[in-house]
Ligand binder design. Structure first.
Ligand SMILES: Cc1cc2nc3c(=O)[nH]c(=O)nc-3n(C[C@H](O)[C@H](O)[C@H](O)COP(=O)(O)OP(=O)(O)OC[C@H]3O[C@@H](n4cnc5c(N)ncnc54)[C@H](O)[C@@H]3O)c2cc1C
Ligand SMILES: Cc1cc2nc3c(=O)[nH]c(=O)nc-3n(C[C@H](O)[C@H](O)[C@H](O)COP(=O)(O)O)c2cc1C
Ligand code: SF4
Length: 442
C-alpha cells in the first residue's frame, strides 16, 4: 500500500498505474484465490489497471504456471483474472501463454478479462497485433514455450529467442544490415528449420534460392519433434515456416537428395548445407531385433509400439517420448546411464517436464543397457543385472552430425555455410539462429 502511494506521488494523478498481482500463489504458504481478491480490493483505489498473474517467479515448483509451460493449455491462468474481475470495478488484464488472436477475442468478449497481455508471444513475434488486425494469424510465429529466453538471459543478459533470431538484435537488424550488392544463385541442401529459415531470409534479401529436400516434404525433424500432443507449438512453427517458403520466391525441389554431383551440376554461387543429423545406433547386442524402434520412427509412427515400451536414453528426446507414449496409453520405462533423466534440458523447461515424466514412466537411472532381448532390456544398475520387460524398445541414444557428407558437399562450392544440426547437433534455437545470421552474411 505504501509503495503504491509512493509511486502515485512520484508519477502524479494523471499517469496510469498498472499493478501486477497474483490471482493465486499456488503454494500452501501463499495467498489463495480469495486472499488475492482481498488484496485487489484493498488497493483498488490506488491503481488504474490490474494485471493478474499467478504462482511465483522464484519458486521452481510454480514457475511453470507463472510462465505457463507447454504442458498446460494456452490461457491456463485466465480464470484467475476472471475471479479478480468479480471483485473490482477497475479494468483487469490476464497474462500467460496467450498467442492466438481468436482466443484473445473470446476472453474479452466473454468478459473474463478487459485486456489481454502478452509476454513471450511478443518475443517470438512482435508483429502479433498487426497480424491479428490484418487477418494474418496464420503467419504468427508461435512461441514454443521452451524458456530459451530465460536461459539466454541467465547466460548473457540479452533476451534471445528460439524462433525469432532478431530478438535481442533489433537495433542492428533495423539499421546496420546491408543489402547484398548482387543477387546470387543459392542452393540449400535440406528443408528442416535451418534450411527453411535460410531460404526465407536469403529470398527476402533478393537472392535466387533453390531449396532441395531429400524427403517428400519440408520440415525435417520438426515432424518428430512436434509429434507429441504437448508439442503443438512445434507443429505450428513447421506450418508457419512452410507457408512462408511457399509465399516467397523460392524454388522448392522435394524428393531430391543433394549429392556432390548435384552441387557440381547446379553450380551455385553459394551453398547452404542444412542436412540435419543422423540417429545414433550403438552396437548393443539385440539392436537388430524387430521390436527395436528408433526414436524418430516411434514418434512418427506410434502405432508400431506395443503396450509395454522401454525407452533407452533419458535425454530430452527420450524423456519427452516417454511422456508422449504414456499419454497414448503405453506403460513406459526409461533407462538412463546418468544419475537423473533430462539432465541436459534447459532448467526452466525441465521444471515443467519432470512432473510429467514422474507421472509417465518408471525411470531406471545410473543404469546401463547390456543387451536387448525378445522379452525386454537387460540392464546393469549398481552391480545388479536384471531385465526390464518390454514389447517395444525405443532407441533414443542421441544424434550425430554427418561431417563426412557435409564436407563432401562443401568441397563442391566456392562459398558455403553449414547450419543447424549438421554443424552441431543441438536444437531449433541453433538451427534457426545460425541459418538466419549465415543468410544475412550473403
Ligand atoms: C524427437 C525429437 C524431438 C525434438 N524436440 C525438440 C524440442 O522440443 N525443441 C527443440 O528445440 N528441438 C527439438 N528437437 C531437435 C530439433 O528438431 C532439431 O535441432 C532441428 O530440427 C534441426 O534442424 P535442421 O534443419 O538442422 O535439421 P533437420 O530438422 O534434421 O532437417 C534436415 C533436413 O535435411 C534433409 N536432408 C538430409 N540430407 C539431405 C540431402 N543430402 N539433400 C537434401 N536434403 C537432405 C532431411 O530429410 C531433413 O528434412 C527434437 C528432435 C527430435 C528428433
Ligand atoms: C525474458 C522474460 C523476463 C521476464 N521478467 C519479468 C519481470 O522482471 N517481472 C515480472 O513480473 N514478470 C516478468 N516476466 C513474466 C512475464 O511478465 C509474463 O507474466 C510471463 O512470461 C507469462 O506470460 P507469457 O506466457 O505471455 O510469457 C518475464 C518474462 C520473460 C519471458
Ligand atoms: S525463447 Fe522460447 S519461450 Fe522464449 S519467447 Fe522464444 S519461443 Fe517463446
Amino acid at each position: 500500500m505504501m509503495s503504491l502511494d509512493a509511486v502515485r506521488k512520484a508519477v502524479g494523478p494523471r499517469f496510469p498505474i498498472e499493478c501486477r498481482i497474483s490471482g493465486d500463489d499456488l503454494t500452501e504458504t501463499g495467498l489463495d484465490m480469495e486472499g488475492c481478491a482481498e488484496v485487489a480490493k484493498m488497493i483498488e483505489d490506488k491503481v488504474d489497471l490490474f494485471q493478474v498473474s499467478c504462482g511465483n517467479h522464484e519458486d521452481p515448483d510454480v514457475f511453470c504456471r507463472t510462465h505457463p509451460s507447454a504442458f498446460y493449455p494456452r490461457g491456463v491462468n485466465v480464470y484467475l483474472a476472471a475471479n479478480i474481475k468479480k471483485h473490482v470495478k477497475k479494468p483487469v488484464a490476464c497474462v500467460g501463454s496467450l498467442n492466438d488472436p481468436a482466443q484473445m477475442e473470446e476472453i474479452i468478449a466473454s468478459g473474463q478479462a478487459d485486456i489481454v497481455e502478452l509476454g513471450r508471444a511478443l518475443l517470438a513475434d512482435p508483429y502479433i497485433p498487426d497480424k491479428a488486425l490484418h487477418d494474418r494469424a496464420d503467419d504468427i510465429t508461435p512461441c514454443l514455450r521452451c524458456y530459451e529466453c530465460f536461459g539466454e538471459t541467465m547466460k548473457s543478459e540479452a533476451v534471445k529467442c528460439t524462433v525469432n533470431p532478431i530478438m535481442g538484435q533489433q537495433l542492428s537488424a533495423k539499421y546496420v544490415s546491408e543489402k547484398p550488392k548482387r543477387s546470387k544463385k543459392v542452393l540449400i541442401a535440406g528443408g528442416g528449420p535451418a534450411g527453411m529459415e535460410a531460404a526465407i531470409t536469403l529470398a527476402a534479401r533478393g537472392h535466387k534460392v533453390t531449396l532441395a529436400e531429400k524427403s517428400g516434404e519440408l520440415g525435417g525433424n520438426l515432424h518428430p519433434a512436434g509429434a507429441a500432443k504437448f508439442k503443438e507449438d512445434i507443429r505450428k512453427l513447421c506450418e508457419v515456416l512452410k507457408n512462408r517458403v511457399a509465399r516467397a520466391d523460392i524454388q522448392v525441389v522435394l524428393n531430391t537428395e543433394v549429392t556432390p554431383e548435384y552441387v557440381r551440376r547446379f553450380a551455385p554461387d553459394v551453398l547452404f548445407v542444412a542436412i540435419g543429423s543422423k540417429e545414433l545406433c550403438p552396437p548393443i547386442p539385440g539392436m537388430e531385433l524387430p521390436h527395436v524402434i528408433m526414436a524418430v520412427d516411434a514418434e512418427l509412427h506410434p502405432k508400431k509400439l506395443g503396450k509395454k515400451v522401454a525407452v533407452m536414453g533419458g535425454g530430452l528426446v527420450g524423456s519427452e517420448a516417454a511422456v508422449s507414449f504414456h499419454q497414448k496409453g503405453h506403460e513406459v520405462s526409461i533407462i538412463e546411464m546418468k544419475p537423473e533423466v533430462a539432465l541436459e534440458v534447459n532448467s526452466f523447461y525441465r521444471g515443467g517436464l519432470m512432473p510429467e515424466i514422474e507421472k509417465a514412466a518408471k525411470c531406471y537411472t545410473s543404469a546401463k543397457v547390456l543387451e536387448i532381448l525378445p522379452e525386454g532390456v537387460k540392464v546393469e544398475k549398481e552391480g545388479r543385472e536384471f531385465v526390464i520387460e518390454a514389447d517395444s524398445v525405443v532407441c533414443a541414444l542421441g544424434f550425430r552430425a554427418p561431417y563426412a557428407e557435409v564436407d563432401a558437399l562443401c568441397d563442391e562450392a566456392d562459398e558455403s555455410y553449414i547450419v543447424g544440426d549438421c554443424r552441431n547437433v543441438a536444437q531449433i534455437y541453433h538451427a534457426v539462429n545460425q541459418a538466419y545470421y549465415a543468410a544475412m552474411n550473403v
